[in-house]
Ligand binder design. Structure first.
Ligand code: ATP
Ligand code: MG
Length: 372
């Protein structure tokens, strides 16, 4: 945006005389002539910074300065207020990522300042029903440089399901989760498609995927240790808009009822919580955003047995409440026990799939993952 678009600042009073250059080399606090003509600090108009991925299309064209001296653009300092800016044309969305989303959003518009206006949080047209497909992963390949981490995996998650992916170290579980949620690693390249409620999200960055309603509880939790427990929770609500924002305080209280330890320590740094408590906080933070699907990456990792049980109890409770969950785990026994459907991931490929109950009984699963 050019400075000319900023609201017209108030001129400081014009000095009665042109400022005199100091006779001696300037050493005192008196401002230089140039400085006298600068706007006071608190009236400076900061240039607005656009987020990297929302770089604007070319700014609107201002009227050309007319040829006649004394009129128009270059005379604005002394002239009356400038003419109102010409209406901004409805420019096409220039960023290919935005364009891809806009293609699926006929409601997309270009705002008055040229900003592409696409409401990614708009409710789906039909209310989701049990069994509707929420997430589709189709022939997903992921490479880190030349090394293949996922070799074309396909699966789906339906409304209200708990879908589990079990797999050993290095099988590609975290890669799957991170690729769905739009977190890309250096040198990572991806093929295939990921859709959320039928919309292609393969190329969307993490914050846009999250805004759509996909919440990722990452491996290792990644809570903000120096921020308070409550601030961590509030961060989870960042995607909420409209009436949902009004319910944030009540949502926080509900979390404290569910996990009194979080309520007791609401004002303390989250880093002081135990590992299990931090996991509860990480899951609660994700719930604060009222996600449509929650991705849980090895929530049992590094926890004591009693906390592992608490985590699985919580996941089961969320499932009973109808939360749609994609869970990846090495704790195959516990995970399959709460799974509606499950997949086995081995060195980047899905080798088995079935209901949780069926895989618990499968001899190959027993031999490889259940210690039988
Ligand atoms: N950022 C990265 N750069 C290069 N290679 C990576 C990267 N992240 C993962 N990999 C490799 O990709 C493969 C899959 O790793 P991933 O972390 O997805 O496995 P995982 O199933 O989550 O394992 P774990 O159970 O240990 O968490 C592994 O061979 C791993 O070494
Ligand atoms: Mg992992």
């Amino acid at each position: 945006m050019s400075d000319a678009q900023a609201p017209e600042p108030q001129h400081p009073p014009v000095p009665p005389q042109a400022p005199q250059m100091p006779q001696q080399p300037w050493s005192g606090p008196a401002p230089s002539p140039q400085q006298q003509w600068q706007w006071p600090q608190d009236q400076q108009q900061p240039a607005p910074q656009w987020p990297q991925d929302q770089q604007q299309p070319a700014p609107p064209q201002w009227p050309q300065a007319p040829a006649t001296a004394g009129e128009g653009w270059n005379a604005q300092v002394h002239a009356p207020a400038p003419p109102a800016p010409a209406p901004v044309p409805q420019a096409p969305v220039a960023d290919p990522q935005w364009a891809a989303v806009a293609a699926q959003h006929p409601e997309a518009t270009v705002g008055a300042d040229g900003t592409p206006m696409i409401d990614l949080t708009a409710a789906p047209q039909a209310r989701p029903a049990p069994g509707d497909v929420v997430l589709t992963v189709d022939d997903l390949e992921v490479y880190y440089g030349a090394a293949v981490a996922l070799k074309g995996i396909s699966f789906e998650v339906r409304e209200g399901e708990v879908v589990v992916i079990i797999g050993a170290n290095g099988a590609g579980k975290t890669t799957t989760m991170r690729t769905i949620s739009g977190v890309s690693e250096p040198l990572q390249s991806t093929r295939g498609h990921i859709a959320f409620r039928g919309r292609d999200i393969s190329k969307l960055p993490a914050h846009k995927v999250q805004r759509l309603g996909v919440s990722h509880v990452p491996e290792g939790r990644h809570i903000f240790g120096e921020s308070s427990v409550e601030d961590n929770l509030l961060l989870g609500a960042i995607r909420l808009t409209g009436a949902d924002r009004g319910g944030i305080a009540a949502d926080v209280e509900r979390i404290y009822e569910r996990f009194p330890v979080l309520g007791d320590r609401r004002n303390r740094p989250a880093g002081l919580l135990s590992g299990g408590e931090q996991q509860m906080l990480a899951i609660s933070r994700a719930l604060m955003g009222k996600p449509e699907v929650i991705l849980l990456d090895e929530p049992s990792l590094g926890l004591a047995p009693i906390m592992i049980k608490a985590v699985f109890d919580l996941i089961e409770e969320l499932a009973r409440e109808g939360t749609t969950i994609l869970l990846v785990e090495q704790m195959a026994n516990q995970a399959l026990a709460i799974a509606d459907r499950a997949y086995v991931l081995e060195t980047g490929a899905i080798t088995l799939e079935g209901t949780g109950a069926a895989l618990l009984e499968d001899e190959r699963v027993k031999a490889a993952y259940l210690g039988a």
